[in-house]
Ligand binder design. Structure first.
Ligand code: NAD
Length: 259
């Protein structure tokens, strides 16, 4: 098969959670630019519509916004039914949504629970339902968006001189969880012909504190944070047939920070 065809998502129905967020909008655009019929879902459909309309003003992309709150099982089932009715199938699911209720180590325990409702229980609920739909469609690909923080402990020197406290523990807990869940799902979903891989990005540039940027970038061989293009090729590769023989794998995308 020609390599362009291997990498193409033409006519593939691709679902992403939180597609209006920082990494989410890059992924949404990438899937659509590769030819996918993209559905982006979140509880904040107004925000999502705004982001998607901007993308569509720049290029003729096939992107639909739908509602889901991944903490609500009924909402996930409704989304599944809507995708079946409107698209008839699902080929790709990108697990990207995140909620960051905890701010630091001493944040209230209730915020740890709230985080798990979205980032652990909700994430698993929507993954299981969408894996079922991909299985009914004959198979496909799930891409979990993890983080380098799911693989390594925090580098506290990044926060020196910023006035920021240590990063929150829930994030390391659930990102480590989705990293390992990827390997579990790769085995369990093979029977449905669903591949499951993950990407563990480093920080994306978002006008962070100047001192943080200084601390961080001097440790990265690439000399910068991730930009809006960095994740695009990686996610299309893992979503497409180009990665047909890659399963249960994690791609660290940190500009060489942990080399
Ligand atoms: N921002 C970074 O520097 C960075 C670094 C490494 C990894 N990541 C990972 O990338 C992914 C995206 O991160 P981001 O910073 O772009 O996120 P973001 O905070 O910009 O957006 C998160 C999205 O999650 C969605 N969301 C929140 N609660 C939800 C719910 N209950 N149901 C469904 N959707 C919900 C929202 O719509 C929101 O758009 C996450 O998995 C994150 O862990 C981000």
């Amino acid at each position: 098969m020609h390599v362009n065809e291997l990498l193409s998502l033409k006519n593939k129905v691709c679902l992403i959670t939180g597609g209006e967020g920082k990494y989410g909008r890059c992924i949404t655009e990438a899937l659509a630019e590769a030819g996918g019929k993209v559905i982006t879902v979140s509880p904040f459909v107004n925000d999502a519509n705004k982001v998607v309309n901007e993308m569509k003003n720049n290029a003729p992309l096939d992107i639909t916004v739908m509602y889901v709150d991944q903490t609500n099982h009924d909402s996930i089932i409704k989304l599944k039914e809507e995708i079946k009715a409107k698209f008839g199938r699902l080929d790709v699911f990108v697990n990207n949504a995140v909620l960051r209720p905890m701010k630091t180590y001493t944040s209230p325990l209730e915020q740890f629970s709230e985080s798990m409702r979205v980032n652990a229980t909700g994430m698993f609920d929507i993954t299981r339902e969408m894996a079922d739909l991909i299985g009914q469609s004959g198979g496909g690909s799930i891409v979990n968006i993890c983080s380098m923080m799911g693989m390594f402990g925090p580098d506290l020197s990044n926060y020196e001189g910023t006035g920021w406290d240590v990063p929150p523990p829930d994030y390391f807990f659930h990102k480590g969880g989705i990293f390992t869940l990827t390997r579990y799902l790769c085995r369990v979903l093979a029977v449905k012909k669903v591949r499951v891989n993950s990407i563990s990005p480093g920080g994306i540039f978002a006008n962070q504190h100047e001192q943080f940027l200084k601390n961080y970038t001097k440790k990265v061989p690439a000399g910068r944070l991730a930009n809006n293009d960095d994740i695009k090729g990686v996610v299309v590769f893992l979503a497409s047939q180009a990665s047909a023989y890659i399963n249960g794998e994690n791609i660290l995308m940190d500009g060489g920070m942990h080399s």
